[in-house]
Design a binder for this molecule. Structure first.
Ligand SMILES: Nc1ncnc2c1ncn2[C@@H]1O[C@H](COP(=O)(O)OP(=O)(O)OP(=O)(O)O)[C@@H](O)[C@H]1O
Length: 407
């Protein structure tokens, strides 16, 4: 099913104090200002397509998703779509806290217009997917932990086999096991031909999942097209925006890295953890300075606490976060993930490191076997300087080339 946005505009009335709304009504004097959250949004998401929405905080992405889902109305313009719509937006927003899990699911089924056997089927599928016990499902949902609540809400939202799926950063629902299950459900619905409108700040996920994307900026569509083109344009914009913060960002990332927990199992223990990154060159181990064109090996150590398969990805990064080169165990010829409890060491060797002079860092990620879910990461670590004394060319990397005198 296609989703078509036509001339969408959404404005909000913003009051500086909550009581101004009442005062405005009493005095009939305007006490609000108009905030334009979206304007001139015109595009179409094609049937069966997974379409990404990206953009900085406050750009208008969630507003557009809510308009697509029908939970808010545009001030101007129209959205057209057909078929059954499932929105993973404010999950569980329609739940009644005093009612049991079962009754809430029944209520959701009724909202979709289901009756009789279709309703029973919906209830069976949603409750099974939630993995909540019968005893839990009989309790009022206000007694649920936030994880339980989200599981039920996700299960209820996706139990209808929607034609259109609207997803707002919903891939991080519940514990790791459930996150994977929810992601698989989204992928399954996509496989079955559902049209997916997907909004995320995780550009890696957008790149992995979406065929096309739109970058929303200041309430307008700044760019639309093939995902790679749009994400690259957005990244360049972000880099320019943060150019003056380069050094600070690097320092902050180093601090974050220490604080960043690895993905945890339902018991709270991490499943995999990046345990170390070792660089080896002719000049020794972890040298602060590396000469261009020498042999360099990068060894990554991963501690795995379970049997879940995983991939390792690393990138050489510039201080402004530009990726110079990235690769993943997924891209190896056999493409098989690593697996098994204990310590894993994996090594990549650059026989003649073709980097030119400059500052570089490493970013390392551990991903699940689908290569989408990030289990642990260490970004912008171990800065090193490359010195190029052999070549006079400039730039980031030395590219194989030859000069030919044209006739
Ligand atoms: N109910 C509201 N009343 C007033 N302003 C609102 C309301 N909802 C959103 N806005 C404003 O509209 C703009 C767009 O918000 P929106 O939530 O759509 O952005 P977003 O791109 O989804 O941001 P984020 O990435 O932070 O989720 C923001 O400036 C926000 O403050």
């Amino acid at each position: 099913m296609t989703i078509r946005f036509e001339g969408i505009e959404k404005t909000y009335m913003v009051y500086s104090r909550p009581q101004d709304r009442l005062w405005e009504w009493v005095t009939r004097k305007q006490r609000h200002r108009i905030h334009v959250a979206l304007t001139g949004v015109d595009f179409e998401v094609q049937a069966g397509e997974t379409f990404g929405l990206i953009g900085e905080n406050g750009a208008g992405k969630s507003t557009l998703l809510k308009i697509a889902a029908g939970t808010i109305r545009p001030t101007r313009g129209q959205v057209f779509q057909e078929g059954r719509v499932a929105a993973l937006l404010e999950l569980g927003a329609g739940f009644h806290p005093e009612e049991s899990g079962y009754d809430n699911i029944r209520f959701m089924a009724a909202l979709h217009g289901l009756e009789g056997a279709a309703m029973e089927d919906f209830i069976v599928r949603a409750t099974a997917f939630s993995e909540l016990t019968k005893e839990t499902l009989e309790r009022p949902v206000k007694t649920y932990s936030s994880g339980m609540f989200m599981r039920l809400a996700f299960a209820a939202a996706t139990a209808i086999d929607p034609d259109v799926l609207i997803v707002d950063e919903a891939l991080s629902v519940g514990d790791l096991h459930f996150q994977k299950k929810s992601l698989n459900r989204i992928l399954e619905l996509r496989e079955r031909g559902a049209t997916v409108l997907f909004c995320s700040h995780n550009l890696y996920q957008v790149r992995s999942l979406c065929q096309r994307a739109a970058w929303i900026h200041g309430g307008r569509v700044q760019a639309i097209g093939a995902t790679e083109d749009v994400v690259t344009a957005y990244e360049s914009h972000e880099r320019r925006r943060y150019a003056h913060l380069r050094v600070e960002a690097h320092e902050a990332a180093k601090k974050d890295e220490a604080a960043q927990p690895a993905a945890a199992s339902s018991s709270g223990a991490p499943l995999v953890k990046i345990a170390g990154l070792t660089i080896e060159t002719g000049d020794g181990i972890n040298p602060a300075q590396v000469d261009s064109f020498q042999d360099l090996s990068v060894e990554i150590e991963i501690e795995s606490y379970g049997d879940a398969p995983f991939h390792v990805l690393f990138a050489i990064v510039r201080p402004d976060k530009d990726n110079v080169f990235g690769t993943s165990t997924q891209f190896r010829a056999e493409g098989k993930p690593l697996q098994g409890t204990g310590s894993h060491r994996i090594r990549a060797r650059f026989p003649r490191l073709p980097l030119l002079s400059g500052e570089y860092l490493w970013s390392v990620y551990v991903l699940d076997d689908s290569g989408i879910q990030v289990l642990d990461m260490a970004e912008l670590i171990q800065p090193f300087t490359v010195l190029n004394q052999k070549h006079r060319e400039f730039g980031v990397a030395w590219l194989e080339h030859e000069w030919v005198l044209a006739e």
